[in-house]
Write a protein that binds this ligand. Structure first.
Ligand SMILES: [Ca+2]
Length: 115
């Protein structure tokens, strides 16, 4: 019984590790495409630029995923990110490109460029 519990705990720990490694290239690519100051909303949000909690995607993350699916792309590219700059994923009136240039979150309508 104790051994089974230990085995399950170990497997769960590996599962969490694999999930965390699922997209290790996405964030560095995003940061290279949209360099921003350390105190911007984008820098503070880290994974939350595209995700709500865990693996769930916010409005911007869903648009990124859709652009990847449209191209049948396995890996995210700067071209894919730039292809959705004209969208306003979070519908706050500022398009994704303007938000990322300002360091605000394109998937969170509460974060938008100062007008
Ligand atoms: Ca927006």
């Amino acid at each position: 019984m104790h051994k089974a519990k230990l085995l399950i705990t170990t497997l769960l720990a590996f599962g969490v590790m694999l999930t965390a490694l699922a997209t290790p290239k996405m964030q560095p690519l995003f940061n290279r495409t949209y360099p921003t100051s350390k105190d911007s909303d984008v820098a503070k949000a880290k994974c939350a630029v595209c995700h709500t909690k865990g693996k769930e995607l916010n409005a911007y993350g869903k648009d990124v995923a859709k652009a990847m699916q449209d191209r049948k792309a396995k890996d995210l590219t700067a071209e894919i990110l730039k292809s959705i700059e004209n969208l306003d994923s979070d519908k706050d009136g500022a398009n994704n490109g303007a938000e990322l240039k300002a360091g605000t979150l394109p998937g969170d309508s509460k974060s938008k460029p100062a007008s």
